[in-house]
Design a protein around this ligand. Structure first.
Ligand SMILES: Cc1cc2nc3c(=O)[nH]c(=O)nc-3n(C[C@H](O)[C@H](O)[C@H](O)COP(=O)(O)O)c2cc1C
Length: 207
């Protein structure tokens, strides 16, 4: 089967405006280069204290996608898409490896202080509390992911309609992780719905 490599990159403006949830995809695998380019962009997502709790599991294997579709209550887009990204937050991994989150430009002393502060702050939370905190950060990466996919000329649909325990089992993920979304993506083979959004007056207040 031919692999697609997209040549064009949309402006941020165009990527945001043209993104609609797409649930039917052209049956062509996405090239490794494009997958790499998408996640290279998403890697730049900002997070509080730069903790970067997001982890991406990218599934292209047909049999695994079929299992995921079953866990997603049969939603067709999961097997229609050539690739499915599962975006999780893993704060236990962050906490176990705090020194790697600290900026290498800081002095050794400041690095040590930062690790001690973070360790004390997050160590004082329950696994559930810090899991929820990590999810707030990981949702930022979800926004970047949808925009990066669109920017490269692909389409996607973010999903939370799936049995999380089943997906943990399918991918052998640890119990403590939190899901931000399952994101089937590929070349669109359908048009999405027109945007239906609140007017600015409802959502923006100027002072
Ligand atoms: C976190 C999240 C979870 C969603 N879960 C599903 C889902 O399980 N199945 C689905 O078909 N669409 C899902 N959607 C897509 C929304 O229905 C869609 O984004 C919304 O209606 C706006 O339409 P648009 O994405 O085309 O602009 C989800 C969207 C988000 C952001």
């Amino acid at each position: 089967m031919t692999t697609t490599t997209m040549q064009r990159t949309l402006s941020v403006d165009d990527a945001i405006k043209s993104r609609h949830s797409i649930r039917k995809f052209i049956q062509e695998p996405i090239s490794k280069e494009d997958l790499h380019q998408i996640f290279e962009l998403v890697r730049l997502t900002p997070s509080a204290w730069n903790l970067q709790p997001w982890r991406f599991h990218v599934i292209t294997d047909k049999a695994l996608k079929e299992k995921l579709q079953e866990a997603a209550y049969g939603q067709q887009q999961v097997t229609s898409a050539p690739a499915v990204a599962i975006l999780i937050s893993d704060m236990e991994d962050v906490l176990a490896n705090l020194p790697e989150t600290v900026h290498p430009g800081l002095s050794a002393e400041r690095q040590q202080d930062e690790v001690a502060n973070l360790s004390s702050f997050f160590g004082g939370m329950s696994v559930e509390e810090r899991g929820q905190w990590g999810l707030t950060q990981t949702n930022i990466a979800l926004g970047f992911l949808l925009t990066a996919i669109q920017g490269l000329g692909y389409a996607s649909v973010p999903m939370l309609g799936f049995d999380q325990e089943k997906v943990k089992e399918i991918l052998s993920l640890p119990e403590h992780i939190k899901f931000a979304a399952m994101v089937p993506f590929g070349k669109a083979d359908a048009e999405g719905y027109e945007h239906h959004r609140f007017p600015l007056e409802k959502i923006v207040t100027y002072y």
